[in-house]
Design a protein around this ligand. Structure first.
Ligand code: URA
Length: 273
């Protein structure tokens, strides 16, 4: 096969950089001494504005808080057997009309993160920000969840797989209804089967009750580690609850809960590339 010429290489490079820029990548690592500055210039041209300080969540009134590592989540485990196995499930979710939430959603929210991860975090349902962006936990609760993962557990958000019990937003962020959970359960079940996490961290009442099969309050469910189909299940309060009850006591409980996860999995990195 003929080697591509300079123009073709430049076209391919531009396409690649555009893809990275569209995924939120704003910087590329550069070798300290390089004579080929062109790719860096191209990247700099594509990036809207170089960030002066370390990436901080962009917050605008009424807008989603963009968690910096969310873009990276798209890249971890890309092309792995698990990612390929998840694709038809994600497509089935996109096409799903099994309950009335399909009429009010902007888009479905399937999951993000590394599908090879030994740790899966399962939340309740997408909120407004997640419905707008198509990714789980990207609003204020998502920012706190990122802190819990990165500061509390000392893992990186992109090496954890994150999804929800429901794949569509309940209008007005109301609680999921039992028939909606029932309609969605097959999708979550397939995600767990494909990812095969060693530990599932259930954040909030609905995933905690779903995973433990116990109709107890979250304050009770969080008190122990459960075994389900050969994996461990740890339950904790939902980050939105923590934001509403931001006391030392509640934060300490969440910290104790997530340390149970670290005790089982050990220190990161969770996925060794
Ligand atoms: N709350 C959830 O349970 N999941 C999300 O994705 C966002 C908020």
């Amino acid at each position: 096969m003929a080697r591509p010429g300079k123009a073709e290489l430049a076209r391919q490079l531009r396409g690649h950089l555009e893809l990275l820029a569209a995924s939120g990548v704003r910087e590329l690592p550069v070798k300290a001494r390089t004579t080929k500055a062109a790719p860096v210039k191209a990247a700099a041209k594509l990036a809207p504005k170089p960030a002066a300080a370390p990436a901080q969540p962009r917050v605008a009134a009424g807008k989603a808080v963009i968690v910096p590592s969310v873009a990276l989540e798209e890249l971890k485990g890309f092309g792995s057997p698990q990612a390929r196995a998840l694709e038809p499930v994600a497509e089935a979710v996109r096409q799903c009309a099994a309950c009335s939430l399909c009429a009010t959603r902007t888009q479905t929210v399937f999951g993000t993160g590394d599908p090879r991860s030994p740790l899966m975090i399962i939340g309740e349902a997408p909120g407004g920000d997640e419905d707008a962006l198509g990714k789980p936990f990207v609003g204020r609760a998502g920012k706190l969840l990122t802190d819990i993962i990165e500061k509390g557990m000392k893992y990186r958000r992109e090496e954890v797989y994150i999804c929800n019990v429901l794949k569509c937003r309940p209008p007005g962020n109301r609680n999921p209804e039992p028939p909606e959970i029932e309609a969605c359960r097959g999708f979550l079940y397939r995600q767990i089967q494909i990812i095969q996490p060693r530990v599932i961290l259930a954040v909030g009442l609905f995933p905690a009750q779903w995973l433990t099969d116990l109709k107890l309050p979250i304050g009770k469910l969080r008190e122990q580690v459960y075994e389900r189909d050969g994996r461990k299940v740890v339950c904790t309060y939902h980050p939105a609850y923590v934001l509403r009850n931001y006391t030392v006591e509640v934060r300490k409980k969440v910290h104790d809960d997530v340390l149970r996860v670290v005790q089982i999995l050990g220190p990161g990195p969770l996925v060794k590339d």
